[in-house]
Write a protein that binds this ligand. Structure first.
Ligand code: DLL
Length: 433
């Protein structure tokens, strides 16, 4: 039977959700207009006043907020309350530009941890579970967010943080960990290492995994589920909006429920900024209607996905987002063709490879080149050159039919591509260096 952390809100009727969202939206917009000069200026420039915002349909009158705004207002320009009311910051690694520093009041942390608790309960977690948190702790939101959620559910929380793989495995086996929280690429690595140590899926006490913070394919999910003998749940979030738990998967494993009592989601065309109808693919935009310290109105995530309000078998009523295809800034344009790393991953896993690959893009004689290095699995590893050449040819064809362009494939020996303990680095774009 499906269990919920906060059933009255997770299963509220659509009318109730709309009423909650509209009330909070009106209050939030009024608040930022009155207290955050940065927002006030942006609203004035668009000629919109708080009294113009009454229903969800009015949302589109408000200006967008982008990463560039965060950079411009860094560090304190978007803070919505006096600093004495803020109790914590979290921050991103800043791989794509300046770090994001997000602020939290105690209320914000409480709501964030509730969202993570909803995700853990949706993955079957109860106070009988041992929940190992192998996301990084510190500035990264993964560890602290799920740690708080795990406490709220009452799980025995094991705060291993990321890295030190053999110690992670020791804790899983010795403490009989039942729920593992980490990035999908680290889950795949843990699975690989456990296999090497002789543990099969039936020896491993884990029953569920809560994996997110990076794009991962359905094929990778199947792979991890088989190796670890678990059900693998997706979880989504971003630092700007709190961290993990903005959306999470339920037993149906068909899209992540967005916590709509805290976040209003829209999909826009990233070029024209026009709001798109339900089901259309585009950029995800969020309005945080509950956050005090770092409000975020119509924040452009750059994540590309779709939304659906179709009924979900789990009983939750909140809108679902599909697995993000990747960020619009991850999208590679190669010889004019749009390519997402996740499409490449799908082809590799469908051909029996693991998720150990690297995509190297360059420009040679004014032509883009796409070189994909893929590790052979130990089972397929051979020094028979003919066999390797055959395998490479099959992959080149598979990729051609998925992407519509030709890639060079280099099969490499097992364990030659560096493993990641956090977010995996899949793409090296030498054109940008
Ligand atoms: O990655 C928060 C998080 C931690 C989510 C742990 C889930 C689990 P940031 O470092 O700010 O925050 O990165 C946010 O990561 O805009 C997406 O591009 C990507 N992302 C996060 N979750 C997923 C997911 C955390 N489940 C950025 N699938 C987001 C695909 C994801 N991409």
């Amino acid at each position: 039977m499906e269990r919920y952390y906060q059933p009255e809100i997770e299963c509220a009727s659509r009318e109730e959700i709309r009423a909650i969202q509209e009330e909070k939206l009106r209050a939030q917009v009024r608040h930022v207009y009155e207290h955050v000069p940065y927002y006030r200026k942006k609203m004035e420039a668009k000629g919109v006043r708080p009294e113009d915002i009454n229903t969800l349909e009015d949302l589109s009158k408000l200006p967008f907020l982008s990463k560039a705004d965060l950079r411009e207002a860094y560090p304190y320009g978007l803070v919505g309350v006096p600093l004495k009311d803020c109790v914590r910051i979290q921050s991103t690694s800043g791989t794509t530009g300046k770090r994001v520093v997000a602020f939290y009041t105690q209320h914000d942390i409480d709501l964030w941890e509730d969202c993570c608790a909803r995700a853990i309960v949706a993955a079957g977690g109860t106070n009988e579970d041992v929940c190992q948190i192998s996301y990084g702790y510190g500035l990264f939101t993964g560890g602290p967010g799920l740690n708080g959620g795990s406490h709220k559910v009452g799980c025995l929380t094991v705060p291993t943080s990321s890295g030190n793989t053999d110690r992670q495995i020791m804790f899983i086996m010795d403490l009989s960990t039942t729920i593992l929280c980490c990035t999908p690429s680290y889950a795949a690595y843990l699975g690989e290492r456990m296999k090497e140590l002789g543990y099969g899926p039936n020896d491993i006490p884990l029953k569920a995994g809560i994996f997110g913070a990076e794009a991962w394919s359905e094929e990778m999910r199947q792979d991890i589920q088989q190796t670890l003998g678990i059900k693998a749940y997706d979880i989504y979030g971003l630092t700007e909006l709190s961290g993990p738990g903005v959306a999470f998967e339920c037993s149906a494993q068909s899209g992540m429920h967005i916590n709509e009592d805290h976040f209003i989601a829209e999909i826009i065309d990233p070029e024209t900024e026009e709001v798109l109808p339900e089901g259309a693919q585009g950029e995800l935009v969020f309005t945080a209607i509950d956050k005090e310290a770092f409000p975020m109105i119509r924040y452009r995530t750059r994540d590309i996905c779709t939304l659906t309000r179709e009924k979900c078998s789990c009983g939750r009523t909140h809108v679902r987002m599909a697995k993000p295809k990747g960020r619009s800034d991850d999208m590679l344009i190669i010889r004019g063709v749009n390519v997402f790393p996740s499409q490449i991953e799908t082809v590799l896993l469908n051909h029996g490879y693991g998720a150990n690959y690297q995509i190297i893009v360059d420009r040679v004689n004014n032509t883009d080149t796409l070189d994909i290095q893929v590790e052979m699995t130990p089972e397929m590893f051979t020094d028979n050159i003919g066999e390797v050449a055959d395998r490479q040819r099959q992959l080149v064809e598979g990729l051609k039919s998925m992407l519509g362009i030709r890639a060079k494939v280099s099969l490499v020996a097992p364990k030659t591509i560096a493993r990641s303990e956090g977010k995996a680095v899949r793409v090296i774009d030498k054109r940008k260096i």
